[in-house]
Every structure is written in structure tokens, then in C-alpha cells.
Design a protein around this ligand. Sequence first.
Ligand code: FES
Length: 147
Amino acid sequence: MEPYSEKVMDHFSNPRNVGEIQDASGVGTVGNAKCGDIMRIYLDVDDNQVIRDVKFKTFGCGAAIATSSMATEMIKGKTIEEALKLTNKAVMEALDGLPPVKVHCSLLAEEAVHAAIWDYAQKHHLAIEGLRPPKADIHEEETGCPV
Ligand code: FES
């Protein structure tokens, strides 16, 4: 059996929302020191707290790219409040699952979305219920990666 679903392969081979947003409303970067993968998410949020656009850049494995792609698709057009509820489990389900060793890749996507929302909230002096600061992780110093 193939370890990856067709959806994972599709989002890996043809990722949606790749790129960056100039003057983004919020940017979140997270990494996993163990595998060294890094994910960055850019949000363009309108005055009604609706995510008008979202882009990502991922230096990582195929599953990290597929989960970033799916996560961005799932929060595009949603409100900040809705986006905050996005879980790695929901992203994995939308991709028809991931092999157990790749679950942490989807966690990176959830954390990157939260980090971008955190940055948005900080920049706009907003208190958003349920929003926590991004994990101090994310071992940027250990990965030595400049992003
Ligand atoms: Fe670490 Fe995929 S192997 S994000």
C-alpha cells in the first residue's frame, strides 16, 4: 500500500497558495528542530477579520508541503476565529490521513497558522480568545536557519 493518499500526493505535487504576501497582516514561522523543517504562513486579513488571502513557504518534507497547502485552503475566506479552530487532525482528515511518522508535519501547519494569527493580533492590538503565543520552540537557534 502506498504510504501517502492521493490527496497528499496531489497537494505535494501541486501545492496551493505557495508564495508570500507583501505587507501581510500577519506572518507566522515555525520549525521543528528534530527534522529541521520550517514553515511560514502569511495572512492578508480584512477589516472584518476575514482571511482574504493566505500564502505559505515551506522548507520541508512532502507531508509538510501537503499539510501547508491543505491548511491554507481550509482557512482561506474564513474568519480569524474560525481559522484558530483549525487543528492538525482536521488537516490530516482532509488529506485522507498521514503515516504516523508524519503526524508532526501536520502539527507544524497548525502551529504556523496560529503563529500567523498571533502576529496579526499583536500588530493590531487585538485580544483574541483562545489565542496563545506561538511555542517558543521552535528551535530556530538550533536549526540555524535564517528564515
Ligand atoms: Fe518534519 Fe515533515 S519530516 S515536517
